[in-house]
Design a protein around this ligand. Structure first.
Ligand code: SF4
Length: 441
């Protein structure tokens, strides 16, 4: 049996895509290896959200070329967002890449590989758009208890810092029947929790042009027997309306977890980012969530140093983080992406925030985010939480690792007859900003 090695850079969408690649490759009898030196096929599933992610990809390719020189029959494939953006140019520059495919034609991987093997010629195929019908593909999961389920691809927004619409295309929702079938199959295999996934998951169903949306989908899949928990990731504040919040509050299996990137706490910066909401809209959303679900976890993403961001505007972001008490935040210094409006602004000296200033701002924001996260974590102390046991802790095989309904990571000693996939009650005994510890009660 041939071996394949997949290196996945970037977000959950890419991780989910890698699981689909493994599924497709299993039909060609490939089996996964964690040892690059054993691989007959090496796939680099790339990200392009930040400059650093592209640089990382080039450095992988450089190293893989050396391996290929020692094993000339092995194949190298380039996939993901960077491939979709400029795969053809990259293959010209790195002619040892055998196959290039993008985010819109992942399903074509087997054919492209077979062609490369049969003809010995390099293959490069990039679709400008997703096919009319999203192709259903087999999936090999890397997990046993929790699974990602893609429900929508692409994004119709045009945030001025973001390259996703260029590389992932316009929104296309997957058929609810296929989604339900996939979840039923997962539950039959023992999975207990699913995360509905999309770049803009809260836009689910808008392209159907009827009443079906994310709230509708949550109800549609809710009663699948054996399914314990449902989450969704990543949302846009514009689509998180009262009905969606009320639906999460009402449905017992829908977890009280909202990852809704805010990006800036200043109206003028949000306007230039083309985020189409105001700070006050976000506050109203949080108020509604916390009124209905006081224990909900709300997490966000923030960018510092967007072109033109003044120190005062940055301090407005800090104020929001303190006011809204996020459970955690992913922070990033602005880095320009080719072809975006933000990248043009970054070229204008009067708008560009210096690298030193960006670093200073992110240090300040990270310290604040950690502080707030610690306060939020401490609220769990001495409470009893329902935990889904996901797996053995990576550092200690005498401990379980799981999550609360609100998504907080927890480690606790193995005890009794419990096993992976069980729901247990755990008393929280220690809390740090990013994780908890406890004991089964
Ligand atoms: S909503 Fe998200 S994926 Fe879409 S353009 Fe904005 S940042 Fe990018």
């Amino acid at each position: 049996m041939p071996n394949c090695y997949i290196e996945t850079l970037g977000c959950q969408m890419n991780k989910a895509d890698s699981e689909r690649m493994l599924g497709l490759l299993s039909e060609l009898n490939y089996q996964e290896t964690s040892n690059l030196e054993d691989a007959d096929l090496m796939i680099l599933n790339t990200c392009t959200i930040r400059e650093g992610a592209s640089d990382k990809a080039y450095s992988y390719l450089g190293r893989w070329n050396l391996i290929k020189q020692k094993r000339p029959n092995s194949l190298i494939a380039l996939a993901g967002c960077l491939a979709q953006e400029k795969g053809e140019a990259i293959q010209k520059h790195f002619p040892f890449i055998d196959v290039v495919f993008g985010t819109h034609n992942l399903h074509r991987l087997p054919d492209l590989l077979l062609n490369a093997q049969k003809t010995g010629e390099r293959q490069c195929e990039l679709f400008e758009n997703l096919p009319e019908e999203i192709p259903e593909t087999p999936i090999i999961r890397q997990t046993k208890v929790t699974a990602w389920v893609n429900i929508i691809l692409g994004c119709n927004f045009n945030c001025t810092y973001c390259i996703v619409p260029q590389v992932r295309g316009r929104e296309k929702s997957r058929s609810p029947e296929f989604i339900k079938q996939e979840i039923e199959q997962l539950v039959a295999e023992g999975f207990k929790e699913i995360t509905l996934l999309g770049q803009n998951v809260t836009a689910y169903g808008l392209d159907f042009g009827d009443q079906r949306n994310l709230a509708w989908l949550l109800r549609y899949i809710h009663d699948i027997k054996g399914l314990e928990r449902i989450r969704f990731l990543t949302g846009h504040p514009h689509h998180v309306d009262d009905y969606l919040i009320e639906t999460v509050a009402e449905l017992p299996k829908a977890c009280e977890f909202f990852h809704i990137p805010m990006q800036s706490g200043d109206d003028e910066v949000l306007r230039r980012m083309a985020r189409i909401y105001k700070v006050s809209d976000y506050y109203k959303m949080v108020e509604k969530i916390r009124n209905l679900m006081p224990r909900a976890s709300i997490t966000s993403d923030f960018i510092v140093g967007f072109p033109g961001e003044t120190h005062t505007q940055f301090l407005n972001t800090c104020k929001v983080v303190e006011d809204l008490q996020f459970d955690s935040c992913i922070t990033a210094m602005y880095s320009p992406r080719r072809g975006t409006v933000g990248a043009k602004w970054e070229q204008e000296p009067v708008l560009k925030v210096s690298d030193e200033e960006k670093q200073e701002r992110i240090r300040h924001l990270n310290a604040l985010v950690t502080d707030v996260a610690e306060k939020r974590s401490k609220l769990y102390l001495n409470t009893i939480e329902e935990i889904l046991i996901e797996k053995e802790s990576e550092r200690n095989n005498q401990m379980w690792m799981g999550r609360t309904r609100a998504g907080k990571l927890i480690n606790f000693p193995k005890q009794g007859v419990f096993k992976q996939g069980d729901l247990v009650n755990v008393k929280i005994t220690q809390a740090n900003p990013w994780a908890l510890r406890g004991e089964i009660v």
